[in-house]
Design a protein around this ligand. Structure first.
Ligand SMILES: Nc1ncnc2c1ncn2[C@@H]1O[C@H](COP(=O)(O)OP(=O)(O)OP(=O)(O)O)[C@@H](O)[C@H]1O
Ligand SMILES: [Mg+2]
Length: 379
């Protein structure tokens, strides 16, 4: 028999790595989760992003142990926990609706997980105090939940989740019930807190902005399937498919037929006399055959507008007519009609004075081929 060598711990972070291996979860006919694998690093902040019903909560509940997978496994800290009950997985959880005990004071709410773990009384007082300070609610211990604002209640829920320093924190839309400003503030606070604690965080949201600002990596889900996992920048700059391009950030989609591809750059006919250029999503992308129905995706801020004149040599360009100009503070959305009634939106920084263009003006529309992506058309 081979001697078993003790492995020295490699992680310097107190966070636990999490592996989800080929997870399936069916409710009757519904495949809530359809073959998802995730490899979350120790101390990483991973966002699970997707529209309603895409399987985010189901994945989180399976990691927590409140749901049993139909197939697949979950490992926390390298330990197989698929059959371990939730209370023995050492996880802190925060949900969308503040699940505070309404009849208990803030102090007692936060002390609860420590009582469950039979931590000595003197120690409990000290740790509750420290947790309250971490969420910036020192002095609130004696209040009852109904005497707190929504944001304060959510911070108490956070304090309760972190008070026993779990190596893994699971959060399901914890800021969903709060207004935009408070959300933004608490997003930063949670992020700072996570860095301080070093815990691994898996954070469910359907808000792409929240996912992009908070997470080290984002996993995009759609109909129970993982569409792409990557850094916010990779998701935004190199969406793996048209769903991700559509869900993360704003995108123009232009439907057409592929004419040819060469060195990763394709020409696409949108109409009889309207041909544009766009890049393949990445070098490994399966080849698209000439004649295939495709969609070209281009971000509004990458679309350039100019008065009609000679086009830049590297650019794909076409002429259009300004249909609408929508002021939005830092930028102005300009909707331009191209040939065949195809419309495209360009987002122009306000300081570039798009107000010098008027509805009905003829404009030159262009973009760099590498800023646009070509995807197979959805069936
Ligand atoms: N207990 C259940 N019984 C039957 N179907 C369920 C159950 N729980 C979830 N589902 C279904 O599984 C799918 C995924 O649900 P899930 O709650 O994971 O989605 P979600 O991404 O969290 O959505 P939301 O953003 O609305 O919270 C949905 O189609 C849902 O209707
Ligand atoms: Mg959910």
């Amino acid at each position: 028999m081979q001697p078993v060598l003790a492995q020295p711990p490699v992680a310097t972070s107190p966070g636990a790595p999490v592996q989800v291996v080929d997870l399936f979860k069916a409710y009757g006919e519904v495949r809530a989760v359809d073959g998802v694998s995730l490899d979350v690093r120790a101390g990483e902040f991973l966002a699970l992003l997707g529209p309603s019903g895409s399987g985010k909560t189901t994945i989180l509940m399976t990691i927590a142990g409140f749901e049993q997978p139909t197939r697949g496994d979950v490992l926390i800290g390298g330990r197989l926990v698929t059959n371990v009950p939730p209370n023995r997985r050492d996880i802190g959880m925060v949900f969308q609706r503040y699940a505070l005990f309404p009849h208990m004071s803030v102090h007692d709410n936060i002390a609860y997980p420590l009582l469950m773990r039979r931590v000595p009384r003197a120690e409990i007082g000290r740790r509750v105090q420290a947790a309250l300070e971490l969420v910036r609610l020192a002095g609130y211990g004696r209040r009852m939940p109904h005497q707190l604002s929504g944001g304060e209640q959510q911070r108490v829920a956070l304090a309760r989740a972190i008070v026993y320093r779990p190596p893994l924190l699971l959060m399901d839309e914890p800021l969903g019930a709060l207004d935009k400003k408070l959300r933004a503030q608490l997003q930063l606070e949670i992020k700072h807190l996570q860095r301080q604690l070093g815990a691994t965080v898996i954070y469910v949201t359907h808000d792409q902005e929240e996912a992009l600002t908070m997470a080290d990596r984002v996993a995009v889900l759609h109909r129970g399937r993982l569409q792409q996992i990557g850094t916010p920048e990779a998701l935004y700059e190199q969406p793996a498919n048209s769903f991700v391009a559509d869900f993360v950030g704003e995108t123009n989609f232009l439907d057409g037929r592929l004419l040819a591809c060469r060195d990763g750059v394709c020409t696409v006919a949108l109409a009889a006399d309207l041909t544009v250029r766009a890049a393949l999503p990445d070098a490994t992308y399966p080849a698209l055959a000439p004649g295939a129905a495709v969609r070209v995706a281009i971000r509004p801020e990458r679309v350039r507008l100019a008065r009609l004149g000679p086009a830049a040599a590297e650019a794909t360009s076409c002429s259009g007519v300004l249909l609408e100009r929508i002021y939005a503070g830092p930028s102005v959305a300009c909707v331009v009609r191209l040939a065949n009634d195809i419309t495209i939106t360009a987002r122009v920084p306000s300081d570039q004075d798009p107000s010098r263009w008027f509805v009905g003006d003829p404009l030159l529309v262009s973009w760099r081929a590498e800023d646009a992506r070509v995807y197979p058309a959805e069936r």
